[in-house]
Ligand binder design. Sequence first.
Ligand code: ZN
Length: 359
Amino acid sequence: MPKSAYLSLSLMLFITSLSLNALPMQRINASSILNDGPYVVENPESWSIHWVCHGLAKIRQVAKTAMFPYEFRQCGLNATWSPIIDDPQTNFVTDYPIAAISDIHGQFELMKRLLKQHEIIDSLGNWSFSQGHLVITGDIFDRGDKVTETLWFAYELERQARQQGGRVHFLLGNHEVMVLQGDLRYLHTKYQQVESVLQSSMQQLYSENAILGRWLRTKNAVLKINQSLFMHGGLHPNILERDLSLADINQQLRHSLNSQTEASNHDLSQYLLGVEGPLWHRGYFDTDTTAEIDNLLTRYQAQRLVVGHTSQPQVQSRHNGKVIAVDSSIKMGKSAEMLLINKQQLLRATLDGKQLPLP
Ligand code: ZN
C-alpha cells in the first residue's frame, strides 16, 4: 500500500475511532494501554471486525468471500478465524492420553505455561499433543483480563488438534453462560472499558451474530471419554429422576442458549441452568454421599466424574477416586495444575513440569 494511502486509511480509522467513542479526554488517557479483541460480527453483506488498540476503537470490514483461516494480527492481539467446528459428539473412546484443565478465568499466560510444560502445545503455542484429548472443563470467562486471548487460543487449538487426529473439548462453565446471558457481575473492569470504547455490550459482542458467541453456543456441557465423565460443576444425584442421556443434557442446554431453537422444555432448561445443574453443582465437596455418586456412575457407565468449579489448591481425588477435582485455583494467577490420564494412570501435572500421583 502506498504511504499516502496508508496515512489516509490510518486517519480514517482514527476519525472512525473518535466518532465511535465520544469519551472524555481523561478516560481515553486511562485507556491508552487498553488492547482487546478481535470481536467478529456478521452483517448482512460482510463481517465487521472490532478491536481496541491503545484505548481506541478500531473496525475493519471483511467480505463474506474472505479466505479461511483469516489471520488477525493487530496491536499485539492475535486470532486465527476459521469456520466454526460444531461437533455435538458426547462420547469418545481413545487409547491416547487425556488432559483436563479447568477454571482458567482469563489467566492466559499461566495456562500456556502449564500446557507447554506438558507438551500439549509447543513453544509457539501450537498443538503438540498428537491424537490426545485436551478437555477444558469450563470457566474461561470472568475474573481475569485475558479472556478474549484465551478464547481465540482455544478456538484455534481446536482446529489444530483435529488436523492431527486429536481433540480439544471446551465444555461450558457457569461463567460462560452468565456472560452469554448478560450477567456481568464477575467481569474484569477491563471489559467494562472495552464495552465503553466499542460502544457495545458484552452480550452484543458475544451474541449469536458474533463468531465467538456462535462458537460458545455450540459447546457441550458434559462429555464422556473412555471411563471418565467430564463437566464443570457436577451432576446432582437428583438428575437420575429425569432419565436423561448425556446427549439429552447437551442438546437441551444448547437449545436453551440459542434463541433460534426456543427451549422445548422450560422446566428442564431451568433445572440444567440452575444451581443443581451440571454447570453449578458443588455437592461432591459437601452434601453428596459416595453411594449417590456410585448411582450416577452406574447410570452413565463411568468410573469417575472429573469436575472443575469448586476450587482446590491442587488437582485431587475425592470419594475414593470416583470424583477428580481439577479446578486448581488458576484464577488466583499464581499456580496451575491439570489432570493427565494415561491409560489407567491418573496424574497431577504441575507448573514445574512434574507428573505426580493424585492425593
Ligand atoms: Zn464455575
